[in-house]
Design a binder for this molecule. Structure first.
Ligand SMILES: Cc1cc2nc3c(=O)[nH]c(=O)nc-3n(C[C@H](O)[C@H](O)[C@H](O)COP(=O)(O)OP(=O)(O)OC[C@H]3O[C@@H](n4cnc5c(N)ncnc54)[C@H](O)[C@@H]3O)c2cc1C
Length: 399
């Protein structure tokens, strides 16, 4: 089977940034691109909130990121990931073009927004129909816009859009909004917002740009047109996590991947970055930050695994001292142990068991500090040292 150090799933801003950082750290890096390279930004004509670049098109930014990752030596391969197999030390990535074994995996598969399905939605996408208020709201200064949807995102984004637009219609098919009461009260109190409840969008009107939106009432079938220059659709977004079938990577109740600060998921050596994560803000700026963190954490993980394998699991006999790096007595003991080893004593592998919970789990170590003797990769015995004398005696004895 093909073996790689770092496999990144998805070539949006998060995946491409992870590839740049992965290659800069010297990792053999493969990106699997299941869709258009650059991801969702390809859907937007203008990006005006990416630091350092006042304005650019999504396609240009995607192209520049791809070139950057490729120039650093990352390999890009067109294929779709169908599942992950995470049982053993290696992570197996199953794709429509074969299986790949990886030391570490970064999931950067983004999300997909739902469409409302009215006539003209696709034709006017990116030139009047939008799916992101932070991205496109400022383009509607003193204009009228419609928001389609009745959940939290729709109601909160409608309120946000009144920062720019002179009028915001909330069009929702039900008689009551589904958002939380605070968001609803805020929207009701906003004089720029008009609620059209029980109404459904039928068709955009306009030529080169949006001029209006035709609606019909679900109550009595009545039809009308509202004059708007923009239509924002917020009828749900879903994470692209369908390939995580076996539950080995923990997700939220709506399917977003849960990670820690290092972007590591519940599965060891599997990281997630960008929109697919359970997080507050889904933007290019946050996706690239996640990608950088995930790649550096993956590098750290791979280096640690290699070190522990060669120092602890492969030799016939090895001794490890597990300490807590936030305890000054433990640190002093580690320094004494190193000093003893460098003046001719037994080499001892010092591990920060406070930050490295997984190695503690693997070695079955509950309390710190702890001494562990490994024989042929298997734990032979354990002791709790109080002084350097205890460590010398543990290393010297061969029970
Ligand atoms: C219309 C629109 C306009 C936007 N405008 C802005 C803006 O102006 N500014 C801004 O900051 N943000 C904007 N955003 C948000 C921004 O695009 C996202 O936050 C960003 O693209 C997230 O990057 P990502 O890498 O996490 O995921 P994505 O960009 O979603 O990339 C994920 C990639 O993974 C691929 N993939 C999915 N599943 C698989 C699989 N199983 N196997 C292999 N590959 C797979 C996808 O095809 C895709 O290429 C906009 C979003 C939209 C929809």
């Amino acid at each position: 089977m093909e073996r790689r150090q770092l496999v990144i799933i998805g070539s949006g801003p998060a995946g491409l940034t992870a590839a740049i950082y992965g290659r800069r750290s010297g990792l053999d890096t493969l990106i699997l691109e299941g869709g258009l390279c650059g991801g969702q930004i390809n859907n937007t004509a203008e990006i005006a909130n990416y630091p350092g670049i006042k304005t650019t098109s999504g396609i240009d930014l995607a192209g520049a990121m791809r070139e950057h990752a490729s120039d650093f030596g990352a390999e890009l391969r067109e294929c779709t990931v169908e599942s992950l197999c995470l049982g053993g030390d290696d992570k197996i990535v199953r794709t429509d073009k074969g299986d790949i074994s990886a030391d570490a995996v970064i999931i950067a598969t983004g999300s997909t927004y739902n469409k409302a399905g009215f006539k003209g939605e696709d034709d006017f996408a990116g030139r009047g129909v939008a799916y992101c208020a932070v991205c496109d709201g400022p383009m509607y200064q003193d204009e009228s816009v419609a928001v389609i949807g009745g959940g939290n995102t729709a109601v909160e984004e409608a309120d946000y859009l009144t920062e720019f637009a002179s009028k915001v219609y909330i069009v929702h098919r039900r008689e009551a909004l589904r958002a939380n009461s605070i968001a609803i009260e805020r929207a009701k109190a906003n004089p720029k917002i008009e609620m059209l409840l029980g109404w459904v969008p039928d068709e955009i009107t306009g030529g080169d740009s949006v001029r209006g939106l035709r609606l019909h009432s679900l109550k009595d079938g009545q039809a009308k047109e509202i004059a708007v220059e923009g239509v924002f659709v917020f009828v749900g977004t879903k994470p692209n996590t369908g390939f995580l079938k076996d539950g080995s990577v923990q997700v939220s109740d709506r399917g977003w991947i849960k990670t820690d600060d290092m972007m590591e998921t519940s599965a060891e050596g599997v990281f997630a970055a960008g929109d697919v994560r359970d997080k507050f803000l889904r933007q290019v700026a946050t996706a690239v930050g996640d990608g950088a963190t995930a790649a550096m954490a993956a590098y750290d993980y791979i280096s640690n695994q290699h070190y522990l394998k060669s120092a602890l699991f492969e030799p016939d006999r090895a001794v490890a001292l597990l300490i807590s790096s936030i305890d000054s007595d433990h640190l002093a003991l580690a320094r004494e142990t190193d000093g003893w080893a460098s003046s001719g004593g037994t080499p001892v592998v010092v591990i920060d068991g406070h930050h490295n919970l997984r190695i503690r789990e693997k070695l079955g170590v509950r309390e710190l500090p702890s001494l562990v003797e490994m024989r042929g990769g298997v734990k032979a015995r354990e002791a709790k040292p109080s002084s350097i004398e205890d460590i010398k005696s543990f290393c010297g004895s061969n029970e």
